[in-house]
Ligand binder design. Structure first.
Ligand code: DAH
Length: 332
């Protein structure tokens, strides 16, 4: 009987220590289920000497009742706490989900359009040697872009790429023509930042080299791209220009889609928006990567991704793309 008293104390204590609803239920199973400790003790009643049996039964049955009411009480208490916490009349809590960065949206759209025209996506390193940025692209040693003031050097002969055109060389070095690639990516310049310039921005290079590629294919490709991006009515024009790695070279403009060419603040009253450079790959560039320029010709172009996005989404400060202001980013 004495040890029965100890058992009772231990069990009641243990049940009292339940900290929540689930623990209380565990205790019920532990002590009061068919295989629970109290029930197993009750099963042993037949082995108790007849003289003690009555008392043994009474004590155990009392313990069973006490344990059960204790458990029921605790359960009631804990379930009350839970229901106190949940107020079903409150409005739901809004969870903020992430959104795509506008430059990524722009990049994805650009890739989609060019992929439909048969271009694949290539990439190259952001830290480059002078060879890939300048020499191989036919940029003579006197060219102003080679000056340390315009480029960001990491060490001698290693700089952050100033243009994605280096990927043209890396792509052509690796294989045999035909090549039909675009290469979107980050570029860096030693630039004072303002509403239209940042020291880091994105370009998308394009390159198509094959037998008999012509300037009209270049025009057709860029026209198709801009019409898909900005709408069917977009007019594309090419202005003669100079780039060391293309000959002939051109700058490409599209008719202002805001004023339809009439002249507004966006196009600075000119009716046109300047969007990139392009041209026929210079024979020297082809020769630099071992391609016979008598057999192969090609075109190349370079587009500023921030500029494309600023026009498409009406963003008027290029710095918005890197400031990480959620009020700006949430709109996309
Ligand atoms: N690399 C030129 C720049 O950064 C852009 C460019 C112009 C790329 C003409 C080209 C091209 O491939 O043909 O200003």
């Amino acid at each position: 009987m004495e040890s029965l008293q100890q058992i009772k104390e231990r069990i009641i204590n243990d049940i009292n220590n339940s900290a929540n609803f689930a623990e209380t239920e565990e205790k019920r199973i532990k002590y009061l289920s068919k295989k629970g400790e109290i029930m197993l003790l009750l099963d042993q009643i037949k082995e108790v000497p007849v003289s003690d049996r009555k008392e043994f039964g009474q004590v155990l049955n009392a313990l069973k009742d006490e344990a059960l009411s204790l458990i029921n009480g605790l359960k009631e208490k804990y379930s009350e706490k839970v229901s106190e916490k949940i107020d079903l009349t409150l409005p739901g809590r809004k969870y903020d989900t992430g959104s795509y960065h506008p430059l990524n949206l722009m990049k994805d759209e650009l890739k989609k359009i060019f992929r439909q025209m048969g271009f694949s996506v290539a990439s190259g390193p952001e830290v480059e040697t002078e060879y890939y940025i300048f020499d191989a692209l036919n940029m003579p040693s006197w060219h102003p872009a080679r000056k340390v003031t315009d480029s960001l050097y990491v060490e001698k002969d290693k700089l952050l790429r100033t243009e994605t055109s280096s990927v043209q060389i890396r792509t052509m070095e690796k294989g045999k023509p035909p090549f039909r690639i675009i290469s979107p990516g980050r570029v860096y310049r030693n630039e004072k930042e303002n509403a239209t310039h940042t020291a880091m921005f994105h370009q998308c290079e394009g390159l198509y080299v094959n037998k008999g590629v012509t300037f009209s294919e270049l025009k057709g490709t860029l026209k198709e791209f801009f019409k898909t991006l900005y709408g069917k009515d977009t007019v594309v024009r090419f202005r003669p220009h100079y780039f060391p790695f293309t000959e002939p070279s051109a700058e490409v403009d599209v008719s202002c889609f805001k004023c339809k060419g009439k002249g507004c603040a966006l196009c600075k009253k000119s009716g046109w928006l300047e969007l990139g450079g392009c041209g026929m790959v210079h024979p020297k560039v082809l020769e630099n990567v071992g391609i016979d320029s008598e057999i192969y010709t090609g075109f190349a172009f370079g587009l500023g991704i921030e500029r494309l996005a600023m026009l498409k989404y009406s963003v008027n400060d290029i710095r918005s793309f890197t400031e990480n202001d959620l009020r700006f980013l949430d709109q996309f």
